[in-house]
Write a protein that binds this ligand. Structure first.
Ligand code: AMP
Length: 137
């Protein structure tokens, strides 16, 4: 299978503005930032998303997210960060290599959060909760 663009960054085959690296993870600036300082954190191994990653590697990624989030915030004088991650094309995942976005935020009015639409609820919450409990392995 051909390497994703993020594996090419891990292998230093293409350039990136790398801000942090350890044995399991890499963090670099997003090439099309939503806000100045928008950073991505990835595993060095090519896991696709939350559906195939192992617990230990995910923990390593979250350690890196926690470690660098204050630096990302402070480097641009922001007051908060969004930590976002898309899993699967239906959820907007474009690069098929797991990644967390760290997006600095300065003020609540600079972004659109969840759309203010009502979720259609043909099934009751208790039925959905029961289905989720049944699917947990
Ligand atoms: P997603 O929609 O969650 O898969 O987001 C993929 C992200 O990867 C987008 O925000 C892109 O701007 C970013 N991206 C794609 N190629 C590169 C690259 N070569 N270097 C840095 N970021 C990239």
């Amino acid at each position: 299978m051909e390497d994703t663009v993020f594996m090419k960054i891990v292998k230093r085959e293409i350039p990136a503005d790398i801000v942090y690296e350890d044995a399991q993870t890499l963090a670099f600036l997003d090439i099309k930032p939503i806000a100045l300082g928008h950073t991505l954190v990835i595993p060095k191994k090519p896991f696709e998303n939350i559906f195939d990653i192992d617990d230990e590697t995910l923990s390593a990624i979250m350690r890196t997210v926690r470690k660098i989030s204050p630096a990302v915030r402070d480097a641009v004088g922001a007051h908060g960060v969004h930590i976002n991650s898309n899993h699967g094309e239906a959820a907007g995942q474009v690069v098929h290599h797991l990644h967390f976005h760290i997006i600095p935020r300065h003020a609540r009015n600079e972004f659109e959060f969840w759309p203010e639409t009502d979720c259609p609820t043909p099934t009751s919450a208790s039925e959905i909760a029961e289905k989720i409990r049944e699917k947990i392995v």
